[in-house]
Design a protein around this ligand. Structure first.
Ligand SMILES: [Zn+2]
Length: 323
């Protein structure tokens, strides 16, 4: 009788242990990204769902910011502290994008892996893998140019070529962190690179009608997109007087005649921007307002990087051709 009870007890313990195993034994690398574009790019490297499907528990990926948020002003939830505390690696944009919300969360998380170090493989800034546009001269890097683009334009992920460079750089870091999976990571990087190169030709063909047209934006978000696809973003004539400074009546009054003179065709705004100012401007100029997402998850059907650019391109082409 006693023997049977011990057997039952051991069986019970065994079931409990097995129940705990999947998440504890297999979660070898806990990746946290500041923003959803990096969550999407890490998924390309890891191969969710192919060909690493079925091994998902070996690597967890969590983004703090959401696609519907302005990446300069992500709402810092208390739960992010625990997420950062449990992180094995943090991937962030860098170049000042997260300055307003991420450093205090990292400080409170007290995770030694997230202490910034030169060439760190556990706190990685994507900015190190690309060349930045609109970098102010050293003498002008002050807040007179706005308070959130002090180091240059940080929205570099919107260049598909930059996305490849970022994935290549991250793949090298992941190979260092998980050497056994390096062949898979490398294969997935090459697959991503090939898909982007193929899509780039399609996107450039779709964007041909927009070559050299004048376009303005709400915030200086789309410089890298304009460079990739050949439309002309009029820098310095955004709806924001400076990056991060909300539009003022004086600024808009001066901007409207300039838009008319420059024959601006489109005004690019992001889903989280207020609509009152762009609508006001569009009613007084021939320019048409188009809402385009700046990151993965910003609008429906932008679940990964390629579908994000697909959506941006199709919205731009549709807005321009339907004017
Ligand atoms: Zn910005």
């Amino acid at each position: 009788m006693i023997h049977t009870r011990i057997q039952h007890y051991l069986k019970f313990l065994c079931i409990i242990s097995l129940g705990l195993l999947p998440s504890q034994a297999l979660a070898t690398l806990n990746v946290v990204t500041s923003l959803p574009e990096y969550e999407a790019l890490v998924k390309e490297i890891v191969g969710w769902c192919s060909p690493l499907c079925g091994k998902r528990d070996e690597i967890t990926i969590t983004s703090l910011g959401r696609g519907t948020e302005d990446l300069h002003f992500v709402n810092p939830k208390p739960s992010y502290i625990r997420t950062l505390n449990n992180a094995d690696v943090l991937i962030q944009n860098g170049a000042g994008v997260e300055e307003g919300w991420l450093p205090p969360l990292i400080a409170v998380s007290k995770n030694p892996k997230l202490v910034p170090r030169f060439d760190s493989s556990t706190r990685i800034m994507a900015a190190q893998f690309v060349d930045m546009l609109q970098v102010p001269p050293a003498t002008k890097a002050d807040r007179s140019e706005g308070h959130i683009h002090l180091l240059g334009n940080p929205h570099f992920h919107l260049s598909p070529t930059n996305a490849v460079l970022i994935v290549e750089g991250l793949t090298e870091k992941f190979c260092f962190l998980e050497p056994d999976l390096c062949p898979t990571f490398t294969r997935n990087f090459h697959s991503f690179k090939q898909r982007i190169e193929k899509k780039l030709l399609v996107w450039q063909k779709q964007m041909k009608p927009l070559q050299n047209i004048n376009v303005i934006e709400y915030h200086r978000t789309f410089a890298y997109l304009a460079e990739s696809f050949g439309f002309n973003l009029v820098v310095g004539d955004e709806l924001e007087p400076k990056p991060g400074i909300p539009p003022s009546a004086t600024h808009i009054r001066k901007l409207i005649p300039r838009i008319n003179t420059m024959n601006v065709k489109l005004i690019l705004i992001e889903p989280f921007h207020e609509r009152k100012t762009p609508t006001f401007v569009a009613q007084r100029t021939p320019a048409k307002v188009v809402v385009i997402p700046s990151t993965v998850g910003g609008v429906p059907r932008t679940d990964d990087y390629i579908s994000l650019i697909d959506t941006i391109v199709s919205r731009l082409v549709a807005a321009y051709t339907s004017r």
